[in-house]
Design a protein around this ligand. Sequence first.
Ligand code: 6GU
Length: 273
Amino acid sequence: MQITRMQIKEAAKAIESKSKVTPRVGLILGSGLGVLAEEIQEPVKIPYEEIPHFPVSTVEGHVGQLVLGKLEGQSVVVMQGRFHLYEGHELSSVTFPIRVMKELGVETILVTNAAGGVNESFEPGDLMIIRDHINLMFRNPLIGPNDPELGPRFPDMSQAYDPKLRELAKQVAVQQGISIQEGVYAGFLGPTYETPAEIRMVRKIGGDAVGMSTVPEVIVARHAGIRVLGISCISNMAAGILPQPLSHEEVMETAEQVKEKFIGLVRGILKSL
Ligand code: 6GU
């Protein structure tokens, strides 16, 4: 189903009727990283059910609400819990919140996720600035008639992850004494983790980490002219690297351990935006 301008406006109006904040920065918090939303000052929390046309999240470990408020002096809108294709959501649902953020006034989004490490120099607990992505979902949220008021028919993706924001994130990490990786995120549909053969393929084609999110949201953000910074938490190594099987528990455990480092980095980035 196509997203219409009317639906976007209805959702934005409902949000604006509940919060006086005009957000400039949007935060999308991935698995286990939603805690940052608890640190928003003067928060206005809006459950997704209360926003017209918003889908509702189903996955374990994901709360479903928007939080508007201030963080490090910035007016922000935070998605605490996001939508995944593996839940059965349409691409239009997964990316609808990005359109609404744009309508609210968002100019920059910070997307985070938990991802499996493909690059063998990575370790669980590492943070990785996303330099670029590979769309292995083989689906694109912009398929269908293009509304030129929302963005161009053929958007450029040559600098999807803003070089200046990546540089800033690196500087903040250095200031804070956090070691940081940079790499290419390969997005799969899920919900299965990949096979070892798929991970060997990803390594060959230049991927450093794998996950089940982010790609659709970033495509729509770029279409809308929003600047993007992406950060992956390497929660585990991808299939075929270590002897043990992969588990969602490991993903959540690592996210829990990285929480403080991650929150510090995001706060530092917001402060210097
Ligand atoms: Cl190994 N694969 C995918 N697709 N998503 C993940 C992951 C792996 N680890 C955390 N999220």
